[in-house]
Design a protein around this ligand. Structure first.
Ligand code: BEZ
Ligand code: FE
Length: 285
C-alpha cells in the first residue's frame, strides 16, 4: 500500500521503463524535489489546488505572441539560472543573458545602417561595433539579430494597433571587417506584462515589474557558438533590481551623448544623438 513515506520511492521506481536515460534522470530529480518541497512546507490540499489553478491560468494566457510560462520562469529566476549554468564561456567572451518572451517573430533582414525605429518618438541613437572571435579576429558575414521595445516600453507584438510588425527588430550581417551599425531610439525601462497570473504573483509578493533599459541580441557566426544577450543602458533605473534578474555588469554600456558632424554623416543621422559602441565576442564552437 502507498503511504506518504513510500510514495516518493514508488513514483521514482515507476520510471524504470523509461528508454531515454536523461529523461529518467530529469523526472527522477523532479519527483524527488517536488515531494521534498511538499513535505518541507507541509503543502495543504487547498494550496495545491490554488497552485494548479495558477498554472492553468498561466497556460490559458499563452498565445502565439504571449508566453506566460517563459515569464513565470523569468520572474522566478529559473531562466537566468539555466542560462548561467549553461553559459560556460571563455574569459573575455560576451556574457549571455535571458532570451525573454518577445523573440517570437522573425526579425526582418535589414541593411547595415538601417533605422529599426519605424515609428519615431524616442531619442535617436546609433548602435555600432564588431562581432569578433575570442582572439579579436573580426568575423565578416556574422549575423546579428536585434530586438527592443519602443520608446514607450512596448514590443511590436504587444501593440499591433500602434506599431508595424518588425518595429524595433532587425537582422543584420556584418561587413568585411566584422562591423555592424544601425539606428534606433534609446530604449527605456519598461514593466514586464502584469495583466496575467505572473502579474498577480508579483503583486502578491510586493515586487515591481520593471526591467532596466536594454536591447536584445543574438549574435552568430560560422564555426562559433551563438550568444543570446542584451546590452543595458548605463545609468538606467532598475539596473540593480531587474524583475527577471538578468543584469550582468559586463553588459552595461554607455549611450554617449554625441554632437559630431563627421560621425553624424558617417551614420546618416542628425546631431545630436546617443552612441553605444561595443564589440560582441564569440567563442569557437
Ligand atoms: C524582455 O526583456 O523582453 C523580457 C525578459 C523577461 C521577461 C519579460 C520581458
Ligand atoms: Fe526586453
Amino acid at each position: 500500500m502507498t503511504t506518504d513515506v513510500t510514495v516518493t520511492d514508488e513514483a521514482v521506481a515507476s520510471l524504470e521503463g523509461t528508454a531515454d536515460p536523461r529523461l529518467r534522470e530529469l523526472l527522477t530529480g523532479l519527483i524527488r524535489h517536488l515531494h521534498a518541497f511538499a513535505r518541507e512546507t507541509g503543502l495543504t490540499q487547498a494550496e495545491w489546488e490554488r497552485a494548479i489553478g495558477f498554472l492553468t491560468e498561466t497556460g490559458k494566457m499563452c498565445t502565439d505572441t504571449r508566453q506566460e510560462f517563459i515569464l513565470l520562469s523569468d520572474v522566478l529566476g529559473l531562466s537566468m539560472l539555466v542560462e548561467t549554468i549553461n553559459g560556460d564561456r571563455a574569459a573575455g567572451s560576451t556574457e549571455s543573458t535571458v532570451l525573454g518572451p518577445f523573440h517570437m517573430t522573425e526579425s526582418p533582414v535589414r541593411e547595415l545602417g538601417a533605422n529599426i525605429d519605424l515609428v519615431g518618438g524616442g531619442e535617436p541613437c546609433v548602435v555600432s561595433g564588431r562581432i569578433v572571435s575570442g582572439d579579436g579576429t573580426p568575423l565578416p558575414g556574422a549575423v546579428l539579430d536585434v530586438w527592443q521595445a519602443d520608446g514607450n516600453g512596448f514590443y511590436d507584438v504587444q501593440r499591433p494597433d500602434l506599431q508595424p510588425p518588425g518595429n524595433g527588430r532587425g537582422l543584420f550581417t556584418t561587413d568585411a571587417e566584422g562591423r555592424f551599425w544601425f539606428r534606433t531610439c534609446v530604449p527605456s525601462p519598461y514593466p514586464i506584462p502584469t495583466d496575467g497570473p505572473v502579474g498577480e504573483l508579483l503583486k502578491a509578493t510586493g515586487r515591481h515589474p520593471y526591467r532596466p533599459a536594454h536591447i536584445h541580441f543574438i549574435a552568430s557566426a560560422e564555426g562559433h557558438s551563438p550568444v543570446t544577450t542584451h546590452i543595458f543602458v548605463a545609468g538606467s533605473d532598475y539596473l540593480d533590481s531587474d524583475a527577471v534578474f538578468a543584469v550582468k555588469q559586463s553588459l552595461v554600456e554607455d549611450f554617449t551623448p554625441t554632437d559630431d558632424p563627421s560621425l553624424a554623416r558617417e551614420f546618416g543621422i542628425a546631431n545630436p544623438f546617443r552612441h553605444a559602441r561595443f564589440d560582441l565576442v564569440l567563442d569557437h564552437a
